[in-house]
Design a protein around this ligand. Structure first.
Ligand code: PRX
Length: 641
């Protein structure tokens, strides 16, 4: 396989310039990790009080970083830039789906954050309280996050595509007392009615005492006296005197829910000090940010990518972050390229699913626009197939832009495995090497490194600053799921291969977690949601390979007697999924069956279902199967798309 090298000019101007510079960083981090991170923490960030110890391992796996240090994310993202030439630099360049535009300089952003934080303070919210943020992609979303961070209110952003039911689960799990939302948001020309969903969710959430509503779409919404208030009413006359709280480095910054292998989403808890350090370093090392850059991560703030690389990372390093509200194909499939051209974007970050969708739309859409400002491209969320990589490189990057294929997770907080664009020769489809200070490895069941060329489990052997600290309300699950498979080692849940040159190739999940369009979904969560429907006796959900979305959801459903397995029922179950989780989780295919293949102990054999869907037959071992005739009946079934 041919290697892709950055141009001499790119190398010369990079933050980490050339292979030797990268190797030197890696060696320094390996030789003395605490010294390495501590020096960076000092030069990168503002601390109100310096830490007493860099790392406390005494309560492992509940590690602590920068123990005793005091800092504030909001201060580091905004205030400190306003004492420099950056004060009038664009912090956020925003475009709404209908085409409206706004630019907030660092100084303007600071004033907005201070005003909103003082509104929250006036309402009596304090450090440690929990807020749910359920908003469209408007600048007020980062303002709300930064205002919470300023006061130490722990925020949990719920992706605006989640349903009222999913929102309710998160509000209750977090015991949140505040919800920040909007009347709606724009998606493919239609209003997503967010406030209606909040009202529905709050029927069963007595702990919420305040709802703040940003007016985005102007649609009619109900306002509940004594509970709901408009953002613009509260903002009028709000004080701009609202200093950032001097918070402990370990103070929880946010909780973000993600899917695991059970029916209950996991609340991933991130803290302040270590998280800000590592996302900041990723901006410099991986995205190679320069002072003159305009940077665009086209994800949604509702996922971890948006937290770390639309909001916190870019603002920490004082760059300009582009935010776009709507769909990539609205009003036409060239919207992204139009935006990249218009704002002269230099660094662009998206997912393989988006790239594959653009390939299908055709080259004529990017060809309409001048993409010569781009100098670096990124990919995240799922393995990128080499042909999509090549297209991205050639058509979007004009053959001149390195691609950083970044591997990481909600749990890791920050990028863990990735090329450094001016230092790492690229192999399409490989995330290449762990970043400096990240002890990632590929191991066998016993925790031994695999030989070059071997496959195994991806792990991280040593703690890293941006690691999640626990699962909200469930420290036992935290230990069991992540730290007990190979004791003392972080078990990622992905399979990977290391080739003979040491390059990492992430192959996909080893557990019952699917990755659809770069979004994690749990088979168990979807199954328990389906069996809650009155017509469903049993359900088994699998992920099957899909050309566009990486994986797609196929649900096998056994109806309760008296309910016919009709197209109407399939449609109803899709609608049920939209209500219970969100439209994005709807199965691509629903197959009805009078029985599911099970072992004698009653465990559903998903492996067989997967084989039936992908090859229409079963060749693997079926000796543990209880009822052999089930296989023939399933194979004879046609799915309903
Ligand atoms: O399976 C890996 C895949 O996405 C999972 C993490 O999902 P989530 O927590 O939702 O975070 C996604 C955005 C960081 C991983 O366990 N994954 C993520 N990035 C890559 C990837 N698989 C292969 N290559 C990647 N670059």
């Amino acid at each position: 396989m041919s290697l892709y090298h950055p141009s001499d000019d790119f190398v010369a101007r990079s933050n980490v310039s050339g292979g030797d510079a990268r190797r030197d960083l890696v060696a320094r981090a390996e030789a003395a990790p605490e010294k390495f991170w501590s020096e960076l923490a000092e030069s990168e960030l503002h601390w109100f009080r310096k830490w007493d110890a860099v790392l406390d391992e005494s309560g492992a796996p509940f590690y602590k970083w920068f123990v005793g240090g005091r800092t504030n994310m909001s201060y580091n993202c905004v205030d400190r830039h306003c004492d420099t030439w950056r004060k009038n630099r664009a912090a956020i360049v925003w475009e709404g789906e209908p085409g409206d535009q706004r630019t907030l300089t660092y100084q303007e952003l600071l004033r907005c954050v201070k005003r909103f934080a003082s509104v929250l303070r006036e309402q009596g919210f304090r450090a440690g309280d929990r807020a749910i943020i359920y908003m469209p992609m408007v600048p007020e979303l980062p303002v709300a996050m930064l205002a919470c961070a300023r006061l130490g209110i722990v925020h949990s952003v719920v992706f605006a595509g989640f349903s009222a039911e999913a929102l309710k689960t998160r509000i209750l799990d977090l015991d949140a007392s505040l919800v920040i939302t909007a009347d709606g948001g724009w998606r493919r020309g239609k209003v997503v009615p967010l406030k209606d969903a909040v009202d529905e969710a709050l029927h069963d959430c007595p702990g919420v005492r305040s709802v703040i509503v940003y007016r985005r779409t102007g649609s009619d919404v109900a306002m509940h006296d004594g509970r709901d208030a408009w953002w613009h009413d509260l903002d009028r006359g709000a004080s701009e005197d609202c200093p950032a709280e001097e918070l402990d480095a370990e103070h929880p910054l946010y909780v973000l829910y993600t899917s695991g292998t059970t029916g209950k989403p996991k609340g991933i808890v991130h803290s302040t000090g270590g998280y800000q350090l590592q996302v900041s370093m990723a901006m410099r090392w991986v995205f190679d940010i320069r002072d003159e850059d305009t940077y665009w991560c086209a994800a949604d703030v509702g996922w971890v990518t948006g937290h770390s690389y639309i909001v916190y990372g870019p603002l920490l390093v004082g760059t300009t972050t582009v935010m776009y509200e709507g769909a990539p194909d609205f009003p036409e499939p060239d919207r992204f390229w139009r935006i990249a051209d218009k704002y002269r974007v230099n660094v662009f970050y998206t997912s393989p699913t988006a790239i594959r969708a653009f390939i299908r739309f055709g080259d004529r859409y990017p060809d309409r626009h001048d993409l010569s400002s781009l100098r670096l491209l990124g990919s995240v969320g799922e393995p990128i197939n080499p042909s999509a990589w090549e297209w991205y490189h050639r058509v979007i990057g004009g053959g001149r832009c390195p691609i950083v294929d970044t591997w990481w997770q909600t749990e890791t907080g920050s990028i863990m495995i990735s090329p450094l664009p001016g230092a790492t020769p690229l192999k399409p489809g490989s995330a290449t090497f762990p970043l400096p200070g990240v002890a990632a490895d590929v191991v066998d069941m016993r925790g031994n490194s695999v030989e070059p060329g071997g496959e195994g489990f991806l792990v991280v052997r040593k703690p890293w600053p941006s690691m999640f600290r626990t699962l909200w309300g469930d420290p036992v699950r935290f230990q069991e799921v992540y730290w007990s498979q190979i004791p003392g080692t972080y078990f990622v849940g992905d399979a990977a291969r290391k080739d003979k040159d040491g390059y990492f190739w992430v192959l996909g999940r080893v557990d019952d977690v699917m990755n659809v369009s770069g979004h994690r979904m749990s088979t168990a969560e979807l199954e328990s949601m389906l069996v809650r429907h009155e017509a469903v006796a049993e359900a088994a959900v699998i992920g099957v390979p899909d050309e566009l979305t990486g994986q797609a959801v196929v649900a096998f459903v056994t109806p309760i007697q008296g309910h016919e397995p009709t197209d109407e029922l399939a449609a109803e179950l899709r609608e049920w999924t939209a209500q219970q989780i969100g439209k994005f989780a709807r199965p691509k295919q629903i197959r009805f069956s009078d029985a599911l293949p099970k072992t004698r102990s009653g465990k559903i054999m998903r492996r067989l279902l997967r084989e039936i869907v992908t090859t229409q037959t079963v060749t693997g071992d079926i000796t543990t199967l209880e009822d052999l005739s089930v296989i023939d009946r399933l194979a004879a079934q046609q799915g309903s798309d």
